[in-house]
Design a protein around this ligand. Structure first.
Ligand SMILES: NC(=O)c1ccc[n+]([C@@H]2O[C@H](COP(=O)([O-])OP(=O)(O)OC[C@H]3O[C@@H](n4cnc5c(N)ncnc54)[C@H](OP(=O)(O)O)[C@@H]3O)[C@@H](O)[C@H]2O)c1
Length: 256
């Protein structure tokens, strides 16, 4: 199905999966509204995607006021709205006994509450946004369902499990409005998610992961995740991809 001229909001659209999702949508003729906190990264993403195709608003998904303002601004800028990809997310690997309170709250606020309140804000806009195929895609993580994704991710994995359970009820509620709701559950893939992780905590998590003899998957690319999101958004009206899980197919060889 063509996505020509459709308009999608992508939270966390300035980097990693979000930017790859925006690129994949623009490649199919859609236009995108990007949300993120860092204005310079947003400006760079808009320059890459083209000013006719992309519009950015600096916003923190942990703030309801930011979400409301940013969604309304994007809908007004493009004059319509067809969907939302709840992609913004972050992780802070750490052992439970060493959890940092602020980092726990940040993961819950960004990954779970950010998704909940973004959905709450977008539903009325999708009802009135002039779309004949409105959609919401929520990005989860394979860690919500599998224990071998990585170690020391208890809070992150719990926020994503919450996103998945929330998405199931959202999907049934949205049936009345014919808003398609999907959850994409990616395994590890190349992005910037680990860029600001504490080195010591990351090494400890990685070591525990190796010692547990876990999956040792070789990561996928952000582009492969983006194609899965576009697949969900491109279904014909009346068809919904409820849950799509992607995991790397290769196992790392020793030393890889
Ligand atoms: N990478 C993986 O292997 C993997 C696997 C499974 C699931 N995921 C999920 O995929 C999604 C994208 O992650 P990624 O790997 O692409 O991460 P990333 O490269 O770090 O990109 C994260 C994006 O989210 C934005 N963001 C973070 N916190 C935000 C906030 N509070 N408000 C608004 N924007 C915010 C960032 O921009 P600013 O920092 O400027 O705000 C950035 O644009 C996340 O939900 C993540 O949990 C990732």
């Amino acid at each position: 199905m063509s996505l020509e001229n459709r308009v999608y909001l992508v939270t966390g659209g300035s980097k990693g999966f979000g930017l790859a999702i925006a690129q994949a949508l623009v490649a199919r003729g859609a236009r995108v509204g990007l949300l993120g906190r860092n204005q310079l990264d947003l400006d760079q993403a808009v320059a890459d995607l083209g000013h006719d195709s992309a519009y950015a608003v600096a916003a923190d998904v942990g703030s309801n006021d930011d979400l409301r303002r940013a969604f309304a601004e994007v809908a007004q800028h493009f004059g319509r709205l067809d969907g939302l990809v709840n992609n913004a997310g972050m992780a802070r690997p750490n052992k439970v006994e060493s959890l940092d309170e602020e980092e726990v709250r940040m993961q819950v606020n960004t990954n779970f509450l950010g998704t909940v309140f973004a959905c709450r804000e977008v539903i009325p806009l999708l009802r009135s946004g002039g779309s004949d195929n409105p959609r919401i895609v929520n990005i989860s993580s394979a860690s919500a369902a599998h224990f071998d994704e990585m170690s020391h991710l208890s809070i992150y994995a719990a926020t994503k499990a919450a996103v998945e359970r929330f998405t199931r009820d959202l999907a049934s509620e949205c049936q009345l409005d014919e808003i398609g709701v999907s959850c994409v559950r990616p395994g590890g893939a190349d992005s910037n998610i680990a860029a600001d992780w504490d080195v010591e905590n990351t090494l400890a998590a990685f070591q525990a992961w190796c010692e547990e003899g876990s999956y040792r998957a070789v990561g996928m690319t952000a582009r492969e995740i983006a194609e899965a999101v576009v697949f969900c958004l491109s279904q014909p009206r009346g068809v919904s991809v409820d849950l799509l899980e992607l995991r790397p197919q290769r196992r790392a060889k020793k030393g890889e």
